[in-house]
Design a protein around this ligand. Sequence first.
Ligand code: DP6
Length: 346
Amino acid sequence: MEKPNVVTCTAPVNIAVIKYWGKRNEELILPINSSLSVTLHQDQLKTTTTVATSRSFQEDRIWLNGKEEDITHPRLQSCLREIYTLARVFGVEGELSGIARQGSGSACRSMYGGFVQWIMGQKDDGKDSLAQQVEPETHWPELRILVLVVSAERKPVGSTSGMQTSVQTSCLLKHRAESVVPGRMREMIEAVRRKDFAAFAELTMKDSNQFHATCLDTYPPIFYLNRVSQQVISLVHRYNKHYGETRVAYTFDAGPNAVIFTLQQHVPEFVQVVRHFFPPETNGGQFIRGLPVSSVALSEELKQTIGLESTPKGISYIISTKAGPGPCVVEDQHLLGSDGLPKKTV
Ligand code: DP6
């Protein structure tokens, strides 16, 4: 048997602060508006992909989380077709976000580290609908991200079908894409460049709220936020009000988990506030995971101004992280053996 060529790559997760919601072309995955995200550090969250090729292999096969999946899935075929073409032409060098986009729209922003925009583009063939780095991960070292994991339930409506219904039925979404997002993209890029946390945070919260408003304007409506998500929103606004400045921001995607942005100096107190109003299980797993967070005591006054009712176990755990780099090729984490089959089930 010919010795296979085995390559492994890790890729990051990204969180949008200006949301992508709605396609103008379903097949090529072309969006109705541009979007902007922060790439999260792979020390805390990442995906690992191994590709093994050999002339001796009889067929193409794919495993996702150790389970074999259908290789004929249209999105997967779009990506594989492009990669084969690319390999022939360049030896797989070149612009890869256009390929990632055809797997899943928001994934194209994970092709770069730091602060990344996905420019919607104008062309019918999608050649100008690409991701571009706005600033690298080293640009804003004080920025911190906390993922508040609210519930492990599957999202009620998947983003692909949710945004389809929104495009068909929501006039708020049309207004958002045409008249709101272009200005917000310019303001957000400016806020990131200037490291203006208050401007960044306010735009982030307003854009998350507008995205969820378009979900409610969809017919039938889509609800992604639950009671705990709404409590987190109130908590953040009351916290900021207490200090008379915007120290913390939230954003939510197609599910109830909250993603919090703040600056390093505010992390210990804010985490303590979350722990106070959402007391975790005492014998449960670690509540804070990822970057270490020191513990502080809260003032009675702060607890009183926030004044939320306590929701025990409302938040399962928090992942503490920061901005990080784009995909990396790794030498020592191959998931496939020299026979091209998974080494172990995950
Ligand atoms: C709410 O990228 O998952 O997270 O292109 O259909 O695969 P498809 O959708 P997907 O949508 C992400 C939606 C979002 C907002 C965002 O990440 O910009």
